[in-house]
Design a protein around this ligand. Structure first.
Ligand SMILES: Nc1nc2c(ncn2[C@@H]2O[C@H](COP(=O)(O)OP(=O)(O)OP(=O)(O)O)[C@@H](O)[C@H]2O)c(=O)[nH]1
Ligand SMILES: [Mg+2]
Length: 304
């Protein structure tokens, strides 16, 4: 991982949100991500062949040109049945009227980009598949290569909100690919695995990376995944809560396996983004922290 560079917003002396100030205070201590992560390797292979499908880990394989990757503005080469013409809200800009998809896709009023980040193996792809398809990808772990995205339209208080969700590769060797996508993300879900201490210890380094590459006012939520694995748990809920509090982040524990709090995590960011973009003074302000605290369920509720 390259040495962290300072975020442009910090050079301008802006305070930024609470978690950024916290990273700033502790930034010197934030090192690179865990040495346990795979070493960097030559240019990243291509994205998976189909939306949402993971590509098996390949060593030294060369793939199609990088242009096959979805562009950082969210566009990607058109393929039958996948085109979703319609506007994307600019980062933090006003929503633009949605358009129906000519390809028979979903209608929506406003669209946002959400990015999943965190160490390899924490369950980013499984979380996305659970949210999108309501299924769990059990079995052999197939690490994501590069980046991919899937869309889902939510009904948020009567408005159709399209989330374009980018599933990033957690492996260190793809870091340079994912860096390019941060700046267009409206929201980030930062995951660790409650059964993997290193993934928790790496959260501060991820925050430093987010600080360096994402918009300074990106919506950010911390998720402790795999809470269904009670026997293997090594990161206590209180530790997650403490870390989240330290950085001023909304926090929930999730399980892609049981579905615990998965829809809630995405719905919460959709509500926050919608509210921010609408800026309707008459509407009571949506409070993301309070919402996830109130609506989040404990791990014990949903064992399979
Ligand atoms: N028990 C349990 N296992 C999970 C859960 N989420 C993911 N897994 C398992 O964890 C492994 C890794 O999941 P992925 O979703 O592929 O991890 P990832 O974060 O996308 O990893 P990279 O693509 O390498 O960044 C897989 O074997 C999954 O079956 C969960 O909530 N509970
Ligand atoms: Mg993955």
């Amino acid at each position: 991982m390259p040495p962290p560079q300072r975020g442009h917003w910090r050079r301008r002396g802006e305070a930024g949100p609470e978690w950024l100030r916290a990273v700033g205070r502790g930034g010197g201590a934030a090192g690179s991500l865990a040495p346990a992560m795979p070493p960097p390797s030559p240019p990243p292979p291509p994205p998976p062949p189909r939306d949402g499908k993971k590509t098996p880990k390949r060593k030294g394989a060369s793939g199609p040109a990088a242009s096959a990757l979805p562009a950082a503005d969210g566009s990607r080469p058109a393929r039958p049945g996948t085109a979703r013409p319609g506007p994307q809200a600019r980062p933090n800009g006003p929503p633009q009227p949605g358009r129906p998809s000519l390809g028979g896709g979903d209608f929506y009023d406003v669209a946002f980009k959400v990015m999943l980040v965190g160490d390899s193996g924490v369950g980013k792809t499984c979380l996305l598949v659970r949210f999108k398809d309501g299924a769990f990808l059990a079995g052999t772990f197939i690490s994501t290569v590069g980046i991919d995205f899937r869309n889902k339209v939510l009904d948020v208080d009567g408005m159709k909100v399209k989330l374009q969700i980018w599933d990033t590769a957690g492996q260190e060797r793809f870091r340079s690919v994912t860096h390019a996508y941060y700046r267009d993300a409206h929201a980030l879900l930062l995951l660790y695995d409650v059964t993997n201490k290193a993934s928790f210890d790496n959260i501060q380094a991820w925050l430093t990376e987010i600080q360096d590459y994402a918009q300074h006012d990106v919506v950010l939520m911390l998720l402790g995944n795999k809470v269904d694995s009670a026997q293997e748990r090594v990161v206590k809920r209180e530790d997650g809560e403490k870390l989240a509090k330290e950085y001023g982040l909304p926090f929930m524990e999730t399980s892609a396996k049981t579905g615990l709090n998965v829809d809630l995590a995405f719905t919460a960011v959709a509500k926050e983004l919608k509210q921010r973009s609408m800026k309707v003074p008459s509407e009571p302000r949506f409070r993301l922290h309070d919402y996830v605290k109130r609506e989040g369920r404990g791990a014990s509720c949903c064992r399979p």
